[in-house]
Design a protein around this ligand. Structure first.
Ligand SMILES: [Zn+2]
Length: 82
């Protein structure tokens, strides 16, 4: 098995995806863009968290049928190799 964990991207809960960190002494309400970067997220205002099996299942459920079939074929091919 090449990976032991899967990750998903979520909107940063510290800055709500705005990249403006509000909960610290460094935030200046009169100049909200003075300290531009939130220390907890990436350039898109998102964080990586470990995906639960439930999240992975929900992700696969929302895929279009052809993509689901491709995934099923890949998983079936993996089972044959083992
Ligand atoms: Zn953030």
């Amino acid at each position: 098995m090449p990976f032991d964990r899967l990750y998903i991207k979520i909107k940063c809960p510290s800055c709500d995806g705005t990249k403006l960190f509000k909960h610290s002494g460094y935030h200046d309400p009169k100049a909200p863009y003075k300290w531009k970067s939130c220390p907890y997220c990436d350039y898109e205002g998102t964080q990586l968290i470990e995906a639960s099996r439930q999240s992975v299942a929900e992700y696969i459920k929302q895929l279009a049928t052809p993509e689901k079939q491709k995934l099923a074929q890949l998983m079936a091919a993996e089972e044959v190799e083992d």
